[in-house]
Design a protein around this ligand. Sequence first.
Ligand SMILES: CC(=O)SCCNC(=O)CCNC(=O)[C@H](O)C(C)(C)COP(=O)(O)OP(=O)(O)OC[C@H]1O[C@@H](n2cnc3c(N)ncnc32)[C@H](O)[C@@H]1OP(=O)(O)O
Ligand SMILES: CC(C)C(=O)C(=O)O
Length: 530
Amino acid sequence: MTTDSSSTAPPGDVASQQVRIFDTTLRDGEQAPGFSMNRQAKLRMAQMLESLGVDVMETGFPAASPDDFAAVAEISRQLRNTTACALARCQAADIEAAGRALEGAHRSRIHVFLSTSPLHREFKLGKSKSEVIDLACSGIERALQYCDEVEFSAEDALRTEPDYLIEVFNAAIAAGASTLNAPDTVGFTTPAEVEALFRQLYREVRHQGRAIFSAHCHDDLGMAVANSLAAVAGGARQIECTINGIGERAGNASLEEVVMALKVRSPLYGLQTRIDTRKLYPASRLLSQLTGQSVPRNKAIVGENAFAHESGIHQHGMLKHRGTYEIMTPQDVGIAETRLVLGKHSGRAALRQRLQVLGQQPDEAAMEDIFSRFKALADRKSEVHDDDLIALALGQDPDAVGPWHLGRLSTHSDLGGRARATIGLHHDDGRQISGEAQGDGPVDAALKAIADAIGLSPQLTEFQIRAVGAGSDAQGQAHLSVSHQGRHWRASGVSTDVIEAAAQALLSAINRIQRSTPDQVDAAARRAAP
Ligand SMILES: CC(=O)SCCNC(=O)CCNC(=O)[C@H](O)C(C)(C)COP(=O)(O)OP(=O)(O)OC[C@H]1O[C@@H](n2cnc3c(N)ncnc32)[C@H](O)[C@@H]1OP(=O)(O)O
Ligand SMILES: CC(C)C(=O)C(=O)O
């Protein structure tokens, strides 16, 4: 967590080293298709954002719907260290709704906005320059009756005539706004342009240290984070951003990227935030769970690959000194550890290190043999897992099938009742066994029947079924991970019948366990056999 104790300038003044983080995940983020959240989800996310340390939280747009109003009201009552903010158009009903929703807030802000660009003035609002200024000022004055502070946004500011924008901001300050936001509503600007605009605003608007400038950048050209940082270089002291960069169209500036850029490059920017960066990854995962939208693997800071290395040259460098290929630690952002993923691009250094972790210490000759078999396997699989490596080290074929095979599977389930499964298995040595079990659904029953029949119940740690292809005749692909005696095994099964796909996946995992520890599993199966 970074805090500013050295600066004497008020937060937000250009002389201050503190940048306010204004989070709009629950408003601009939530208003994008695919990201809407119900009240419960918003409340859960708000708790996470407050513990992350955001300074201002835009909790919603109360005039949008009764549920949004209720969410803003409930979140506002709960926030203690964060200013609760609600959005409103320059319309009396919107502002009154925002004011009522914020009534229980510890500290409240109404964010009123109005378009200022020529295109928006003419086609959206049908208003002249002076009418826009009058409407903005009356909106700000009205909002001040309901809250502690008012932010004013000149929507589409980056396509507004700069001299007119200055006139609007001067009027907004005179009307009582203490935060002046110049949004790049359509993600059109560039870093050089936005920095120059903020410098001009800082110089020419009559803020007299009473108002701070804010940047709200969209990512239509992929420059939202760069533009936000450039705005700060030009004098902005509030950045509006969202977790995972969600927001209208291509999204907003990503909070985790902005914050980590300021932290990792602090000698360059000399600026700080209050964000507890160790909570960035948990916040990102929570949002992904609540919205059902996954984070791309290659996403900066919080993507699965952000601290994962597959290429041998990088892995070799990382094993010598992690600074060779990482500019921050995974722990800085709340990720447990760096992963060296073994695949077709990996080299001997990473393979040897992983084998050592798995208790295998092959000599040079054995290592060469394992390495060539590893490369051959890696050409067929995207990722080589620990159980594959153990099979390679033990001289086994990681692609082998059996010894157990599924001979028979039948399931029965009634709506609302327990499901039942019976299975028949045969072994390469001619043995045949059968089993029967009940479960929560037919997949659960089938997996239990197999585990009971073989007499081995590895713990299921991950389970996914997905359709391959479209249509009701699509193949179902089951992936699972199990743990057994401290080791982890992965397996998959494919069938047009999803229950059979799951059963094949578990059997494949048990076979892998058996092939690496044959005596032990065989004894279990003999005990289980009738
Ligand atoms: C850049 C941004 O992200 S702005 C925030 C965008 N977010 C949203 O729009 C999400 C929530 N919005 C909603 O639920 C609805 O749009 C509502 C409830 C706010 C309004 O719904 P409706 O009354 O049916 O209006 P509708 O959405 O069709 O059109 C917007 C109206 O607001 C006017 N308007 C737009 N911005 C402003 C503003 N800042 N101040 C005053 N009026 C405005 C438009 O001119 C239009 O007016 P008109 O109906 O007289 O033509
Ligand atoms: C309401 C304003 C700040 C906005 O979301 C935008 O201009 O993108």
